[in-house]
Design a protein around this ligand. Structure first.
Ligand code: UD1
Ligand code: CA
Length: 451
């Protein structure tokens, strides 16, 4: 059965007190919107439509960054959830199968839950995702009998008896795409909020003799983000889940509560992650790699057998091949390190390529930026870069070449050559003693003058 997604993301999120549209606030280093899109993606949707409004351009751009095939449509004025869904109608015209409505600010709905809703669609024309709320607050209430749903009543419009119901509407629902649009078009706005409520389609469907059904999920899944405090709570919930999942997948976390994952972090079995490691977006780590404590990683790949840290920073484009060793206080950006490369200490490698089994001495810096442009450093295989070498890019060091410690390398070094670029050492016997005596005499004279 074919399925399409309509993701509502037009709201401003007034209670966030922010210039940023709500769905662009981040959890797990990814916009809230991406979380909803990721849950939906598991259903392999035919068409995905994101309904934008506040900050439409930025929201559309973020949606495309997650899925370049996504369609976006602008809801110029936020007249309610049914009105929002209707904006997607032209894009779903002629698309067969079901449409599933998700909210961009509700990041934790599990793909399995969505699958259960599609399953329930065999029995009901409209399927709504509900949950039992510990504190039902202002959620819409589900008037139901068993799995059969009669109608949804919004809190603002509910009677005291209806407000006493603890079975609540998550907002997620599913119906045949054509029928969903037809029902939404029939929704009016004669209610306490003067909005076109998506929730009204249940009663409309029932009035047409169609059946509406209910699928239940855990309250934790329906957690929405409306305030900064809820954003922080969502972050905590996301991290707790990501840590548990990593460990289930066979990753060792020495101190799980201090490791922070991103939505797209991928870590292979038997990898070991030390304490206080932070994953930004776009990190993949192969089986058996080790990341020691206090590392900050984003946009990088770490291969099997590699070790990183403690205190290393890998930035976008850092690619570590098998058995690479990156030690403490090393920063790597947009650089490919081939198999067995060692970068032990206090080094910056940016816009670089390093051949297999090359050793980079402590304090090496690729001087990649001239103030205007970035330049590449290319180092061959089995080379030896002496400690404190400045590699002024663009520059190439050949296979098996060596640079002397403290060199400033401004010209290409041919394979197997030694390059030394530093002042020659001058040694003056006995001069140190004389110098210290002179300095002590000056100090004593000064002290006397102050008496
Ligand atoms: C909605 C449901 C309520 C449910 C609750 C769950 C309706 C009428 N009510 O209420 O039953 O318990 O969600 O969280 O659907 N949006 C648009 N365009 C609009 C209006 C809303 O894109 O014109 C988006 C918002 O950005 C948000 C989502 O739809 O992501 C839900 O809208 P919101 O106004 O928060 O609905 P609630 O009042 O919370
Ligand atoms: Ca809401």
């Amino acid at each position: 059965m074919q399925v399409s997604l309509v993701i509502l993301a037009a709201g401003q999120g007034t209670r966030m007190n922010s210039d940023l549209p709500k769905v662009l606030h981040q959890v797990g280093a990814a916009p809230l919107l991406h979380h909803a899109m990721q849950a939906g993606r598991a259903l392999e949707p035919e068409v995905t439509v994101v309904v934008t409004g506040h900050g439409a351009e930025a929201v559309a751009k973020a949606a495309r960054a997650f899925d370049e095939d996504v369609q976006t449509v602008l809801q110029e004025e936020q007249k309610g959830t049914a009105h929002a869904v209707l904006q997607a109608a032209p894009l779903l015209q002629g698309v067969a199968g079901d449409a599933l409505v998700l909210y961009g600010d509700t990041p934790f709905i599990r793909p399995e839950t969505l699958q259960a809703m599609l399953e329930a669609r065999r029995r009901h024309a409209v399927v709504v995702l509900g949950f039992h709320a510990a504190d039902p607050g202002r959620y819409g209430r589900l008037v139901a009998e068993g799995e059969t749903l009669e109608r949804i009543v919004e809190w603002k419009d509910a009677t005291a008896a209806e407000r006493a119901i603890t079975l609540c509407n998550s907002g997620v629902l599913c119906a045949d795409a054509g029928r969903l649009m037809q029902l939404c078009a029939a929704v009016g706005n004669d209610n306490a909020a003067g909005e076109f409520y998506l929730t009204d389609i249940v009663a409309l469907a029932r009035a047409e003799g169609l059946s509406a059904g209910l699928v239940l999920c855990d309250e934790a899944e329906t957690m929405g983000v409306n305030t900064r405090a809820q954003l922080a709570a969502a972050e905590a919930a996301f991290q707790a889940r990501a840590r548990a999942e990593a460990m289930e997948n066979g990753v060792t976390l020495t101190a799980p509560e201090t490791v922070f994952f991103a939505l797209d972090t991928v870590i292979g079995r038997d990898a070991v992650i030390g304490p206080n490691v932070i994953f930004g977006p776009g990190v993949t780590i192969e089986s058996g790699a080790e990341v020691k404590g206090f590392c900050h990683l984003e946009g990088c790949h770490i291969s099997r057998g590699a070790t990183v840290g403690p205190f290393a920073r890998l930035r976008p484009g850092a690619e570590l091949a098998e058995d690479v060793h990156v030690g403490n206080f090393v920063e790597i950006k947009n650089a490919i390190l081939d198999e067995g490369v060692k970068v032990g200490h206090l080094t910056y490698l940016g816009d670089a390529q390093v051949g297999e089994f090359t050793n980079i001495g402590a304090g090496t810096v690729t001087c990649n930026y001239d103030g205007v442009m970035k330049h590449r450093t290319v180092i061959g295989k089995r080379a030896f870069i002496g400690s404190d070498t400045m590699l002024v890019a663009p520059v190439t060091v050949g296979d098996g070449a060596l640079t002397g410690s403290g060199s400033v390398i401004t010209e290409d070094v041919p394979p197997e050559a030694v390059a030394i670029g530093r002042a020659k050492q001058v040694t003056k016997p006995g001069l140190a003693t004389k110098l210290f005596e002179k300095l002590k005499a000056i100090k004593a004279a000064k002290a006397k003058g102050q008496e």
